[in-house]
Design a protein around this ligand. Structure first.
Ligand SMILES: C[S@@+](CC[C@H](N)C(=O)[O-])C[C@H]1O[C@@H](n2cnc3c(N)ncnc32)[C@H](O)[C@@H]1O
Ligand SMILES: [Zn+2]
Length: 388
């Protein structure tokens, strides 16, 4: 087993902290202690989201960074967010814990504690102790969500990262069914379906504990998906929340889609537009995955914050805010143009014509060629066709 003193290190500056990590040529889960520089945006967004949560809570909070790695995430929470009485940085890898301890010392923090435990065990042992649980594992979070659900109290915040996007987005169908109990769909809006499968899985898992989730901020970026949800409690509230579980039927021939809410809804076999057999995805979360108030609060805070990815953070938050009241799928203009066998018109022009007819329309963070609208597909096609 490698010892910490045998490893060459480099220093990374993120937010208000400086953290030591092992030298690396390529990011790999086989590194002695894992670190991914690409996740800086994820960590910046997390700091902003947790700052917003603390603002809403208006009280001290205890955070569990259950998959801490070098400690950078939990250390940033403790240093950059007011009112963090304790951030627990946990990791199963003993080298990671040793390094996290050094990083805690070097940053002069007394409100962070590193520990070595299986994430499921620490969450179960500390049931009711954490206000925030952050799940940032390798690949799927599925094996840890149950423990987060058991551990978190009402009013808590759960933050979850998934990097197994090939399963959630339907490149690999069976792993998605196995891990999330849901059928994915490989199509032009599969990143949104994937995020909603993850949200549905979280919500169904929490419901076993009579806990419900209120999603505040959700995004699919680079190779990962990330969700932030407030925890509520009570059988009635949970039953009501589960009404957001449903299915999305998609027509691969004409690109039509339809949402069917409910655990076992009556789904027509065929697309009503062209008669093709539907491709159905779910169960998934058909309800809100963005909360405009929360996102507005985050956006108000960012200008004052010391974060390296400030512009990227603002851009993403603005897109998520714009799509907060929109339907649960989007249209890819290029896919529609392929169907119509015409070249793609300017996005803004299409959006203006849709808006002129009184429909809501917005871009989406999921895809630069995507638009979310309540206009029917036939109307969108007429608009696109008018640019010919
Ligand atoms: C993706 S990395 C975490 C990265 C870190 N959160 C960051 O932002 O830099 C996942 C970490 O989970 C740890 N890990 C894997 N399985 C675990 C388990 N069952 N319990 C606790 N930690 C685990 C690994 O050692 C690794 O450091
Ligand atoms: Zn059809």
């Amino acid at each position: 087993m490698v010892e910490l003193k045998e490893i060459d290190f480099l220093y990374v500056e993120e937010g208000q902290v400086r953290v030591k990590i092992p030298q690396f040529e390529k990011v790999t889960s086989r590194a002695p202690v894992f670190f991914n520089p690409v996740m800086e945006l994820n960590r910046d967004l997390s700091v902003v989201a947790l700052t917003m949560y603390q603002h809403l809570k208006d009280d001290d909070m205890v955070i569990c960074d259950a998959f801490g790695g070098s400690g950078i995430r939990g250390i940033r929470y403790a240093k950059e967010i007011e009112g963090v009485s304790l951030a627990v940085v946990n990791d199963l890898n003993p080298l990671a814990v040793e390094l996290a301890n050094e990083n805690i010392l070097e940053n002069g923090l007394t409100n962070v504690k590193a520990c070595r435990e299986d994430a499921n065990l620490i969450l179960r042992k500390c049931k009711g102790k954490f206000d925030v649980v952050d799940i940032d594992p390798f690949g799927t979070p599925a094996p840890y969500v149950e423990s987060a659900a058991a551990s978190l109290k009402a009013g808590g915040l759960v933050c979850v990262t998934a990097t197994d996007t090939s399963a959630l987005c339907g490149t690999y169908r069976k792993p998605c069914i196995r891990k999330y109990g849901a059928k994915p769909l490989r199509n032009e809006y599969c990143h949104e379906t994937g995020l909603r499968i993850l949200a549905g899985f979280l919500s169904r898992t929490f419901s076993k504990y009579k806990k419900c989730l209120d999603f505040q901020f959700s995004h699919s970026t680079e190779h990962y998906m990330r969700l932030y949800a407030l925890v509520g409690k009570g059988a009635k509230k949970t039953d009501e929340s589960l009404e957001n579980i449903g299915y999305i039927a998609y027509c691969p021939k004409c690109l039509n889609r339809q949402v069917f809410k409910g655990m076992a809804p009556r789904i027509s076999m065929d697309c009503p537009e062209c008669g093709e057999v539907w491709n159905v995805s779910g169960p998934l979360w058909c309800g809100k995955i963005q909360n405009a108030e929360f996102l507005n609060g985050m956006l108000d805070m960012v200008p004052e914050m010391e974060i390296n990815q400030k512009n990227e953070v603002i851009k993403l938050l603005e897109k998520c805010l714009a799509e907060s009241g929109a339907p649960p799928t989007f249209y890819d203009i290029h896919a529609i143009c392929r169907k119509l066998k015409i070249s793609a018109p300017p996005m803004e022009g299409v959006m203006n014509l849709i808006k002129d007819r009184g429909y809501m329309v917005t871009r989406t963070h999921f895809n630069p060629n995507g638009l979310k609208t309540d206009a029917p597909l036939s109307f969108i096609e007429d608009v696109i066709g008018s640019f010919k």
